[in-house]
Design a binder for this molecule. Structure first.
Ligand code: NAP
Length: 333
């Protein structure tokens, strides 16, 4: 069921891994959804995937152009919620500033300006940030780091240009901070909340047609491709279906307004992923390294995620289900 206050939602980056699950859940709840895409071809592909008259799309080829969203917002005047998920999710580009930092940062500033100027009926904005906005690459990689809702990465704009990792980490911090600054300085009609996911695992919303899987799926693929040794991976995971739910709860819940939500379930490492895959897929058991099975990493996220646990209070999908569902889809490919 839609919320009492909102019936139509705009979502940027509708082709994305997280966005597609969010759109599916919104449509299942009866919301009308308008998604922005970079080409008609991508929009038509989504129309086929969702097969629902409540879904439509707008082509917005360049995110970081001032006024890019103006016409789409004016045309869709029943929309009262905007979910801004579009952002470059990569660490390998030709030009870190032009290809990652500018679309993320300017894209966010301009989209908020467009909403304020051309869609005053929009009262809720949810920005998809990341745990990487809460610490530097070194801090996020440190298992002892206890950052979260209360912390910010210290990466500056200049440092963010230095390499691909800094560019992605910095782009999320700079864009999220710009969004909070916009609300404070411009006093728009909307309230802001941010969803800051950890590593997002889980299946794609629609079975992928190519082997070009997204960044998160590539972590699972790297375990599936391991031959001799246990892959050196560790972090905190969350399932994509829970991230989609978090975006919806963030605008439906009054108490969620003005808050940052670190949405992160539990810890994983190369060994736990291997154990799950070897335990659930007998056909892969003998192909994968054994390592030292049985290490338990079932503890909660190492981040400060009190807002998400208490306000969104999602009953998170387990690591085992998330990995098994992802692997089934990858095997089908
Ligand atoms: P994704 O599948 O790569 O989706 C990214 C979306 O952004 C796509 O719709 C893409 O459009 C669009 N996009 C990328 N660069 C763009 C640009 N320069 N101009 C316009 N649109 C652009 O990634 P995702 O995992 O769903 O990520 C969605 C959001 O979640 C991002 O803001 C990301 O930072 C955040 N996040 C993701 C994770 C994770 O582990 N996946 C973790 C934390 C935060 P095209 O399809 O046209 O390329």
């Amino acid at each position: 069921m839609t919320s009492a206050k909102h019936t139509a939602v705009f979502i940027s980056g509708a082709t994305g891994f997280i966005a597609q699950h969010t759109i599916s859940q919104l449509l299942a709840k009866g919301y009308k959804v308008v998604g922005s895409v970079r080409s008609t071809e991508k929009g038509e592909e989504l129309v086929k995937i969702f097969d629902n008259s409540n879904f439509s799309y707008e082509v917005i080829p360049i995110l970081e152009k001032e006024g890019a969203f103006d016409e789409a917002l004016k045309k869709n005047s029943s929309v009262t919620v905007f979910l801004h998920t579009a952002s470059p999710v990569t660490v390998t580009v030709e030009d870190n500033e032009k290809d990652i930092i500018i679309p993320a940062l300017q894209g966010t500033k301009f989209v908020l300006k467009s909403i304020k100027e051309h869609a005053p009926q929009i009262t809720r904005v949810v920005y998809t940030s990341s745990v990487v906005a809460t610490g530097t690459p070194a801090q996020i990689a440190d298992p002892e780091y206890k950052g979260g809702e209360h912390t910010w990465s210290s990466l500056t704009y200049e440092q963010s240009k230095e390499n691909g990792y800094n560019a992605y980490f910095g782009s999320k911090k700079l864009a999220e901070q710009a969004a909070w600054d916009f609300v404070e300085q411009e006093k728009p009609n909307f309230t802001l909340s941010t969803i800051n996911p950890s590593y997002v695992f889980g299946p794609q919303n629609a079975a992928p047609k190519t082997k070009e899987l997204n960044f998160s799926a590539s972590i699972i693929t790297s375990v599936l491709n391991a031959t001799d040794s246990v892959p050196e991976l560790s972090g905190t995971f969350i399932d994509v279906r829970d991230i989609a739910k978090a975006h919806i709860l963030a605008f439906e819940t009054d108490q969620a307004q003005g808050k940052r939500f670190i949405v992160a379930n539990s810890l994983f490492n190369g060994q736990t992923l291997l154990d799950i895959i070897r335990g659930n897929f007998p056909q892969l058991k003998d192909k994968l390294p054994v390592g030292k099975p049985g290490v338990s990493l079932s503890g909660p996220s190492r981040y400060n995620d009190k807002n998400a646990r208490s306000i969104l209070a999602i009953d998170y999908i387990s690591l085992e289900k998330s990995v098994v569902d992802s692997v089934k889809q990858i095997i089908d490919l």
